[in-house]
Design a protein around this ligand. Structure first.
Ligand code: XMP
Length: 510
């Protein structure tokens, strides 16, 4: 299997680079620049190397550098942004820092005839983010692209198969970035497209078989896509040495707890401990109406329950988590304002004694995780499950949470999902659910006055859940859901549809 090495110099888009390579069906491995020597690179037989971007300037004393001999190793290299400057610097070119000619954002780049730009128009939009640039390319290199401000936006030494670009082909704002990777991987490096997500499963199973041999591993399973895929993958590698703990906090959707137990415990034969902790959570949530307080209580209680189970199990060697790449990026954004304190298992490492954490999906994007799940034979409905917040229905009941309200909401939510499924609309909206307000209003049923609760139906269309549009569901579907909810659930006499986008609203109501 052909593979490309992504040599990491600390850039923020490095995983995106690996993803672009993988989407061309070529395997990509990311290694920190200081964790692999040129000899190891040669031995591993990479067909090409990509030097990533990074936040430094090549002239900083502490900036990451690499052994210049790598340029003569015969392995093709593509340098991106800092990687491009570093390559120029290593080969004796001149890099300058010019504050007033720095470029950020979409920039028109004029490209020359070159194998790297095969199939591109000679004028195209690329994403720039730099202050330093290559003023004079090194000996043996020629300039193959420029912008209005940057005399050398790309360079190459064709005889040594060395290429460098000042812009970021990995981000979607670079219109022909995909084509540039394609050209580098196939035309320059000569790779074969023979890698599939199946290979990821094979490689990961082999890796964890070796790495976790004889160790006791614990994983918190929520029934969401990420922890489910991590559980099945690790189970394939280490079998009964994996124990999954599923904390049923009683805030799940209709029949969800049983579904998780059946799927993982019975279908996959995973060691599964289901903790039915509904009473415990409801007792803690009694009288609580403030959304952030609800979230905190649930997060803390979750950790306590998990901790108790872990203690009973005795010594745990490894804690496994279903962290995926977007979680890694998001947790890195330390300065962004907290809109909602998301509940996840990030707090667990502090309270449980173990030697190591493994995160088998850490390098994957959501669609790759779903693909992995499919490869592992996880049921379609689970792999394509819509997102469900950790604190569950608690953030969809406005005001105090009670058992009765949970029952009403569960039924309303199930009816709404059923009607969406009946209309085959699952693929037309990214998340859809019901919310129970604490608003009661007057209605009439069979000539009698009612005073019941209002249910909100919410459906959103979004790529990344950071912003979202309300989904234009057909009136007939809304009408049917509304009729069924008011007819079938006692205590509800009004249904409204939320037509607010995010921003200004959020997807969830709390
Ligand atoms: P908001 O309400 O912030 O939701 O617009 C964006 C997406 O995040 C989900 N969400 C959560 N997911 N733990 C999670 O794992 C949480 O605490 C949480 N809160 C919101 C929400 O369902 C939507 O998909």
């Amino acid at each position: 299997m052909d593979k490309i090495l992504v040599l990491d110099f600390g850039g923020q888009y490095n995983q995106l680079i690996a993803r672009r390579v993988r989407s061309e069906q070529v395997y990509a491995e990311i290694k920190p620049y200081n964790k692999i020597t040129p000899e190891e690179i040669k031995e591993a037989g990479y067909k090409g190397i990509i030097f990533t971007g990074g936040p430094n300037s090549v002239y900083d004393e502490t900036s990451p550098h690499y052994d210049p001999n790598i340029l003569d190793s015969g392995v093709p290299i593509l340098g991106i942004c800092y990687g491009n400057q570093l390559m120029a610097y290593m080969a004796g070119g001149e890099i300058v820092s010019a504050e007033n000619s720095s470029e950020y954002g979409k920039t028109t780049v004029f490209t020359a005839d070159n194998i790297l730009f095969e199939g591109l128009p000679s004028e195209n939009i690329c994403w720039m983010s730099h202050t330093d640039y290559v003023k004079t390319p090194p000996k043996g290199f020629t300039t193959i692209a420029h912008t209005d401000k940057c005399p050398c936006a790309a360079m190459c030494d064709e005889s040594r198969k060395l290429y460098g670009v000042q812009f970021h082909p990995e981000v979607t704002h670079t219109a022909y970035g995909k084509q540039m990777f394609h050209n580098f991987i196939f035309a320059v490096c000569g790779c074969k497209a023979d890698w599939k997500m199946e290979n990821f499963v094979e490689i990961a199973v082999e890796k964890y078989k070796r790495k976790l041999a004889g160790k006791k591993v614990l994983l918190a399973l929520s029934g969401g896509v990420d922890s489910s895929v991590a559980a099945v993958l690790l189970h394939k590698a280490i079998g009964s040495n994996l124990t999954c703990v599923f904390v049923d906090h009683g805030l799940l959707r209709k029949d969800e707890g049983d579904f998780v137990e059946n799927t993982f415990g019975e279908q996959f034969g995973i060691n599964l401990i289901r903790v039915n902790a509904e009473e415990r959570f409801l007792a803690k949530l009694k009288g609580i109406t403030e959304p952030e307080q609800k979230r905190r209580i649930i997060g803390e209680e979750f950790i306590r329950v998990f901790e108790n189970v872990a203690k009973e199990l005795g010594k745990i060697d490894v804690l496994a988590q279903g962290t995926i790449y977007p979680d890694v990026i998001e947790s890195g954004k330390g300065d962004s304002a907290v809109i909602k304190s998301h509940h996840n298992v990030g707090g667990l490492p502090d309270v449980i004694a173990f030697d190591e954490i493994v995160e088998p999906l850490r390098d994957l994007f959501k669609d790759e995780v779903r693909e992995t799940g499919t490869q592992l034979g996880i049921p379609h409905e689970l792999v394509w499950r819509q997102p469900f917040p950790g604190p569950g229905l608690a953030v969809r009941i406005i005001g105090e949470i009670t058992k009765e309200k949970l029952e009403m909401l569960r039924e309303a939510d199930a009816i709404f999902r059923e009607e969406i499924a009946n209309a085959h609309l699952e693929g037309s909206t990214n998340q859809y659910f019901a919310v129970l307000t604490d608003l009661r209003s007057v209605g009439v049923m069979g000539d009698a006055r009612t005073y019941g609760y209002t249910i909100v139906l919410r459906a959103v269309t979004t790529d990344d859940f950071m912003t979202a549009e309300w989904t234009r569901l057909p009136y007939e579907v809304l009408e049917k859901a509304s009729r069924r909810i008011t007819n079938e659930i006692q205590g509800i006499n009004r249904v409204v549809y939320d037509i607010t986008s995010k921003p200004p609203a959020t997807v969830e109501w709390e």
